[in-house]
Design a protein around this ligand. Structure first.
Ligand SMILES: Nc1nc2c(ncn2[C@@H]2O[C@H](COP(=O)(O)OP(=O)(O)O)[C@@H](O)[C@H]2O)c(=O)[nH]1
Ligand SMILES: [Mg+2]
Length: 236
């Protein structure tokens, strides 16, 4: 038996027996946010709430799954309205979230969908200005999530948005929603194509299955930490 490994125990390597079966990996899903509350729907700059430290903005065209992602991410059934009437989605909806009891709050901000070809031009112009006011404001977000349906190719709107966020110096992550709608190779190639167009690797998310939620939680936490905003690590 002693011929099988270092019998002298030098270097403390005895523990790494290659035959020992690994314990089964059963990662426990992260709990829902401890608190998640609607704050305000803003139609103009003057209605934006006081900043609370960190803010993450969700951007994406209508019907891409923004409200569903928000509900799944925060662990709420119906905080944001799924399939909401367009009226409310023309506003910027602010939510205040506390992930764990005692932790600093953050804002999660649901922006009106962009790229509605059917809307009157004046209206398109007015929400474009509202979104610009929001993103450019000093108080603005520290992370943008660009959501897009994984089955759709990257459209000029997404490309313009990504370029513009780059210009603003606002870090963004592309989230490919409705990932449950594709499987195997089609999902992989779709994600790769989106990544080639917009840069980086999109995060595959499904509000139906919860796929991608842990990755989303981790990346937002990482970004919050990088931005210097108070968060989980701050017990002071
Ligand atoms: N299969 C599937 N359907 C989804 C998913 N996310 C959203 N949907 C559906 O897509 C439609 C639009 O979703 P919604 O969240 O209202 O999109 P929003 O307009 O971007 O806020 C609804 O019918 C949702 O049920 C998903 O992850 N998987
Ligand atoms: Mg919505």
């Amino acid at each position: 038996m002693s011929a099988e490994g270092p019998a002298d125990g030098r270097g403390g390597l005895q523990a790494s027996s290659p035959r020992r079966p690994r314990p089964p990996r059963a990662p426990r899903p992260s709990p829902p946010a401890a608190e998640a509350d609607f704050v305000v729907s803003a139609a103009a700059r003057g209605q934006f709430p006081q900043p609370v430290g960190f803010e993450a903005a969700l951007l994406g065209r209508s019907n891409c799954g923004k409200s569903s992602l928000l509900n799944r991410w925060l662990g709420r059934r119906a905080l944001a309205r799924v399939g909401a009437a367009p009226g409310r989605t023309r506003l910027i909806n602010f939510f205040q979230v506390v992930w764990r009891v005692g932790e600093a709050p953050m804002h999660v901000v649901d922006l009106p969908g962009y790229g509605y070809a059917a809307a009157p031009k004046a209206m398109v112009e007015s929400w474009r200005r509202l979104v610009e006011d929001y993103l450019q404001a000093e108080r603005g977000p520290r992370l943008a999530l660009i959501l897009m349906d994984v089955r759709r190719g990257v459209q000029p709107e997404e490309r313009r948005l990504a370029d513009w966020l780059d210009e603003l110096g606002l870090p963004f992550q592309v989230v490919a929603t409705k990932a449950d709608k594709l499987s195997g190779g089609r999902l992989t190639s779709s994600l790769a194509a989106i990544g080639r167009e917009l840069g980086g690797l999109p995060l595959a998310f499904s509000s139906l299955t919860g796929r991608g939620r842990e990755e989303l939680l981790a990346l937002v936490e990482r970004r919050r930490h990088e931005s210097g905003a108070p968060g989980a690590a701050d017990d002071s």
